[in-house]
Ligand binder design. Structure first.
Ligand SMILES: [Zn+2]
Ligand SMILES: [Zn+2]
Length: 203
């Protein structure tokens, strides 16, 4: 990814579209970075723990560099707009959550309604683009504290991702990360084949 893109540009490029959720994620990512006084992640200096898996998480990945692939993006499926960003070097963490019901502008409801509708007339399409601009303005210019609460927290920062050897599954013969393979009478079996067996497969 190009080094001199702005955080917002990085997020939009990564996510593919501009939406309220992504923009809120950009605000959170930028705020956390300033608060912790850190640079975007290069090699797991930062860890993000997110409690939802919607648009805003892509901003965390694109802006802060805490990604699924590097193993420093941890997803807890709580359905809450909460982000905890931790720095190993600073040994500090910030927990940010979106205040309940704070973005209750009718523009948000109308934008969601148009998105749900799917097929739009030319007028509705224009209306949606106009609303996108309104929402952009609201989210990107409002004081952070109006939209989010945050506090410093202490978290046990998970150790850096480990690289494990690959072993071969005796059933499908595909490689599988060693700690995921299960020892059976026939030998090591991957979780996929093990599940298939549970459902009447051929292990
Ligand atoms: Zn989105
Ligand atoms: Zn297998």
């Amino acid at each position: 990814m190009c080094r001199n893109m702005s955080p917002l540009e990085k997020a939009v490029q990564f996510h593919g579209h501009i939406c309220p959720g992504l923009l809120k994620g950009v605000r959170v990512a930028e705020f956390a970075q300033q608060f912790l006084e850190v640079e975007p992640d290069y090699d797991e200096e930062l860890v993000a723990i997110v409690e939802h898996d919607s648009c805003g998480v892509d901003a965390i990945q694109a802006v802060l560099g805490c990604t699924f692939g590097k193993g420093n993006l941890i997803f807890k499926d709580y359905g809450k707009q909460v982000y905890t960003i931790a720095s190993r070097e600073k040994n500090r963490a910030i927990r940010v959550y979106e205040k309940y019901g704070v973005l209750k502008d009718p523009a948000f409801d109308r934008f969601r309604e148009l998105n749900r509708q799917g097929v739009l007339t030319a007028d509705e399409e224009a209306e949606r683009e106009n609303l996108r601009g309104v929402l952009f303005e609201i989210i990107m210019t409002r004081p952070f504290e109006d939209m989010f609460d945050y506090r410093e927290v202490s978290v046990d920062i998970p150790s850096r991702a480990r690289i494990y050897p690959t072993v071969q599954c005796v059933v499908c013969e595909e490689g599988v990360m060693e700690p995921r393979a299960v020892e059976t009478d026939q030998g090591l079996v991957c979780p996929d084949c093990l599940n298939a067996n549970g459902g009447g497969g051929n292990v």
